[in-house]
Design a protein around this ligand. Structure first.
Ligand code: SF4
Ligand code: SF4
Length: 166
């Protein structure tokens, strides 16, 4: 390659580099800024409650049966009529999802007859150990409302950033 060709190649390379100075940035300053996710994006799960604070999940295990990745574990218990956890006869006393096996297909959400399990647009899934991705009912259940007559001990079963199972 002659000297003139080298200078020409260098000039072209620098031209490409400087061209990017005036283009719109392709990256965002995550996590301070986030890109909006598509409308039908399926991210991390929640277990929802009714307006009165009772859990929507009735422990029917349909989500567990529908899950193609076998990553949901539900164990049901009878509700105490004096202090029901859910409006049904039973509630889920154990509910776990292994998020590392989940393929976020949304079948659990579709199978649920009460709208309890829902996939949200949240996608901030980070951790250092496998057990951090095995989430339990406390981690999944949305915070209870501070409704009059809602016992504080049951209000503690939900909450953002709750325990991971295992
Ligand atoms: S989104 Fe799909 S893979 Fe994940 S827990 Fe629900 S049914 Fe299972
Ligand atoms: S989340 Fe829905 S489908 Fe799964 S056990 Fe609870 S009520 Fe049944």
């Amino acid at each position: 390659m002659s000297g003139a060709q080298r200078v020409w190649a260098l000039g072209r390379g620098l031209g490409t580099t400087f061209g990017y100075l005036f283009r719109r940035r392709a990256t965002v300053n995550y996590p301070e800024k986030e890109r909006p996710v598509p409308e039908r994006f399926r991210g991390l799960h929640i277990l929802d409650r009714h307006d009165d604070g009772l859990e929507r999940c009735v422990g029917c295990e349909l989500c567990q049966a529908a899950c193609p990745a076998h990553c949901i574990t539900v164990e049901a218990a009878e509700n105490d009529p004096e202090r029901p956890v859910s409006p049904g006869e039973r509630h889920a006393w154990r509910y776990e999802i292994d998020l590392l096996r989940c393929i976020f297909c949304g079948f659990c959400e579709e199978a649920c007859p009460t709208g309890a399990i829902q996939l949200t647009p949240r996608h901030d899934l980070v951790g250092f150990t496998r057990s951090e991705f095995l989430v339990d009912k406390r981690w999944l259940t949305v915070p209870a409302p501070a409704a009059p007559g809602f016992p504080p001990d049951r209000a503690e079963t939900g909450g953002e950033g709750g325990r991971r199972a295992g």
